[in-house]
Design a protein around this ligand. Sequence first.
Ligand code: ADP
Ligand code: MG
Length: 308
Amino acid sequence: MAEFQLIERYFSGLSGARQDVALGVGDDCALLQPPSGMQLAMTMDTLIAGRHFLPDTNPRRLGHKVLAVNLSDLAAMGARPAWALLSISLPEIDHAWLAEFSAGFAALAARHDLALVGGDTCQGEMSFSLQLTGFVEAGKELRRDGARPGDRIWVTGFLGDAALALKRLQAAEEPGALSGRLEQPRPRIAEGLALSGAGATSCIDISDGLASDLGHVCRQSGCAARVHLDRLPLSPAMARHVAKTGDYSLALAGGDDYELCFTLPADSTPPAGVDATCIGEMFPGEGVKLVDAGGREVPPPRGWEHFA
Ligand code: ADP
Ligand code: MG
């Protein structure tokens, strides 16, 4: 099958019904009409088989995940998704596999009114590069450099479930309900949009683990973070893991959660629709410090240095 037939079959039907797509897949370029007065938020990520996902990952889940990790970056910026460019490299043409992959991608794209407007297809090791463009009003974007001493630190959802699922898969154990947290992360688009209108002072999505990602906020904002271990939001499975092992390192340093970590002034609470937990506060200084329930600083867990 020629490349153009493959593109036509699996990727040309994903441009949705957006009015701002003058020309989608099929020509040399897509033609897009940006809304006046909005900034374009652009992001790109590459996922490589064996490095960013297990090569035998279910293709429908993989199509979802490739898109979800990129949508998460738009969410963290407070941007509304609009357009995607997808570059695919595959060792061979497997129709059943491609149909599933594009279905997983399409379902999540439709949920966020995202149009796939172009891309590239080639033969090689399995990998995916996705470029997304979204819109955010000037001044409403959620940046990493706006946190100030006194701000409270919040996170959405639970921490470390994706890392716990991966650990179980690698040990050939059944990850159960946790596998969805690894393979089908839900990008926090609605939360990002709500936060951008609600005066969040900074925001980042947790892709590399709380320690590392909150560390970026500290560095770029020029202040320090204090995280209270007893306040970390843990799923029942993670709470059992911590109770059994006494080890918080997956919740602190495990990647692939795609929750949002954001800061709000001390007198604010998250807006309606943002289900989040306050885990600490910013203060003058640098780096991420951990404290126990009594407020005493505790040494970083195993693996912290590696991640942070
Ligand atoms: P060119 O050789 O001019 O770059 P291509 O044959 O690579 O064109 O692509 C033809 C059309 O298909 C273009 O509109 C391109 O954006 C689109 N396209 C190619 N691969 C993909 C893909 N994986 N997903 C979506 N669109 C794609
Ligand atoms: Mg061309």
